[in-house]
Unconditional design. Sequence first.
Length: 362
Amino acid sequence: MSGSVGREGVQDERPGIDATPGSSGGRTGRGRRRGRRRGGGDRSMVPEATFTSYYGRPIVKPSPWEADIPAYLFAGGLAAGSSLIAAGADLTNRPTLRRSGRLGAIAALTFSMVALVHDLGRPARFVNMLRVAKLTSPMSVGTWILSFYGPFAAAAAATELVAMLPARHRVGPLRLAPYVDRPAGVVAALFAPPVAAYTAVLLADTATPSWHAAYKELPFVFVGSAAAASAGLGLVTSPLSETGPVRRLALGGAVLELVMEHRMEHSMGIAAEPLHQGQAGRLMRAAKVLTLAGAAASLLAGRSRTVAAVSGAALLAGSACTRFGVFEAGQASARDPRYTVVPQRERLERGEPVRSDRAPGA
């Protein structure tokens, strides 16, 4: 019963409809929506959930980075591996391999820094990052690693250029080149592994789903990729008599990259899907084929200069495809809310914190 309420109580009572939990509110017959199929069994009246966000915008903002950044990632790894090879070649008396490693390192580092500065907009922004040193920031740590590595790599390359000059032109400070040669190369080699690995930490420290989910294995993937690429450069530019160590490095780097990439894809959960779809999927498949082909050819590279060059070119191309593929996968995962929502729900079901302490965005 229902009616109006006044000072004297309920007035003008009239019949009403009593609603009880689980009832149809008094409606019967055709007005009631039934949730059963003809063949029996319940049918859900709730549509399947769609992963959308407010105003159709991504939950995680894709990074503003463009092709400059994956090029920077690739060239930085190539520079690091080349410095490591050059130091080993210097200690084992392989002059051509040492020269190609040092000159290749400074050329790759220069290209890498140009790409980075182009992305930043102006060189002053890189210099401004040197005002502080923050150990909890991969960007800050990476900036300082490059700042220490760069001068020694440049000095080692400069000694190679001085050695190529006629003796009569080696005057003044140029006479000091033989004393700077080996120490500069060894110090550059010591900074090479951090240079090859820190960019993976930089990507994984963001909230971009496919990058963040790969934080355990991605540094190993990048280090293996850098080793394979730099070994490929050595195979292309050095005589067969000096390429024994780089052939082994090529095989080892390729195995490390492929094994850790396989493990990474299995540990990432749903966030690994972008690695197999669209442009990122094509790049990652090409990376695997090229890396496998280059590693297999490196086993025969000691017999043929042509095979060595083909092997090296395949390893270089495979490494570049890996960096661009990982980059594109991250961008695709940020644009699709599903790769943010599903991992959060999975963490909630496991009793883990839903939110991450990582920096938002890229």
